[in-house]
Design a protein. Structure first.
Lengths: 293, 293
DNA sequence: CTGAAAGCGCTTACAG
DNA sequence: CTGAAAGCGCTTACAG
């Protein structure tokens, strides 16, 4: 075979060829894992891949790969309170692959989380849960929403803003509450003069962010900054600010929160607090018991 | 064991328990696939999970699961023209799991695509490529960007807009070109009176969409609608439209294109053309030879 | 129709 | 240190 890829350096090509040749006798992992009792695979189980933060997925995949693990990705529906038979089958089916560990990454609105937590706990393989808060009886890695809210708010305060409001998520959800706590904590820490009542609740969606911002500006004309608890609501808030003829960041400062990598493309570019996803993925793969339930 | 999950119906609980019990003797897929020569796994290989359209990932996972396959997800770096040894190893390592099929989903800006296409072609397992256009010597499923552009533009024309411009992506990329072709096709089909030169190029990012929209509005004051070739640029364009005191959709109509599920949350809600992701995922899993290279 | 045996491709403990 | 043998947990073809 000749190197017919001019874009590939000869050195790399030779190395690659050597690997391929060496693996020409195609090892069979099934046979290997049959005797070693290890599969060198990890399973990422999540509840909705289309909405689950991509960065977490990417970080888990990256770290698994770095450690030499292959990654299964499997979705199970947790939105209904009754787990489906199909999902249970799907899970056990996956486990029959002798996966070496499970990374359990449910969304927050999980109704049947108790069921799945228990099921996963009964397995005799390592399980790590990536969550927004404390998880009972299961090792978990918590995305630190409180710290995020604290950092976001601190960022605004340090830029000199004096009246920092918040647009929260639905306050029956842990991440929304935690982000709000972080906001409050920052206000307390940096000055007692900050008003603590500049709060409007949203529902994570952009339109609610817009409505919330309008309300904040009406109820508290003195407001000069806002921490939007996620980027979508920040987007809506930006619209509201524009609609009222105010400028960013001269008149109103705004900080968003995580989730989408696209936030960097917002205009005006949105300062957004991001989680330490890579660290999170690394811990999940290592199965480190970061915090206990 | 008692059903201590009040949220789970007794019937479901019993069914689940039966499955668990039946699987109590824990089948071992490694042993099975050793003799059957099948692993009942599929591998999704992509170039950057954090930027790769989530819906495609979700659709592939969903359809794989429906067909009883487990899904490996593996990222390889294709952005550099020289494939890394690590990536080649990673790929062959994965194949040693005897995967039953590979779904090869590179991003458009792949520099070493030729290398990887060839490598994958040499394998004696089914490979399907999900791509933006034609792929040589490999079965592929093409996202129909041209049709998308056609539909988007038609949508605007049918709403009565008379001067439909376009903000394109980088025109050296196939998807950008195809979307533009679709736009042109629609203009031709629906009326010769449409101006064909209302074109400004962007770079997929929001700021370029904003700049492009400003330029369109300056160069062609008669413009009353625009097809933004992706949602990020549409976002930027919306900003520009607002900044000039124009209203959407009264003064200017706008349609975006695909990619993010978040586009529905834009404000004003962005009409956005989406791909038929589920169909795409299904075809990829079926290994259907939708089109040939 | 039932059940014991052979064998998939590896790893590992053990004999030489 | 080297090499043949045993065995991982299944499926399948074959003997009874």
């Amino acid at each position: 075979v000749i190197n017919n890829h001019p874009d590939v350096s000869l050195k790399t090509y030779r190395q690659v060829k050597e690997v391929v040749d060496r693996l020409g006798f195609q090892p069979n992992t099934a046979a290997r894992s049959l005797v070693t009792k290890r599969s060198y695979t990890l399973a990422l189980i999540t509840s909705d891949i289309a909405h689950y933060p991509q960065q977490i997925l990417a970080a888990v995949e990256y770290n698994a790969r770095q450690k030499g693990y292959k990654l299964f990705v499997n979705v199970i529906d947790t939105s209904s309170s009754t787990p489906s038979l199909q999902d249970v089958k799907s899970l056990f089916d996956l486990l029959s692959y002798q996966v070496d560990g499970v990374i359990w990454a449910p969304e927050d609105d999980v109704k049947s989380s108790g069921f799945w937590n228990d099921k996963l706990r009964e397995l005799n393989i390592p399980v790590v849960c990536i969550s927004a808060g404390k998880v009972d009886y299961l090792p978990f890695i918590a995305v630190d929403n409180r710290l995020g809210g604290f950092i976001a708010t601190t960022h605004l305060i340090e830029q000199g803003y004096k009246q920092v409001g918040i647009i929260t998520g639905p306050l029956d959800l842990v991440p929304a509450l935690e982000r709000k706590s972080g906001w409050q904590e920052a206000l307390n820490k940096f000055g007692e003069m900050f008003q603590q009542n500049l709060i409007v609740q949203g529902d994570w969606m952009a339109p609610s962010g817009e409505a919330a911002m309008h309300k904040l500006l009406e109820d508290f004309p003195q407001i000069d900054a806002v921490f939007a608890s996620n980027d979508q609501m920040a987007l809506g808030a930006i619209q509201a600010i524009f609609q009222r003829g105010k400028r960013i960041p001269e008149d109103i400062g705004i900080v968003g929160f995580d989730d989408s990598p696209s936030s960097a493309y917002f205009h005006p570019p949105l300062t957004s607090i991001s989680h330490h996803f890579n660290e999170l993925g690394m811990k999940a793969v290592q199965g480190n018991r970061h915090k206990y339930g």
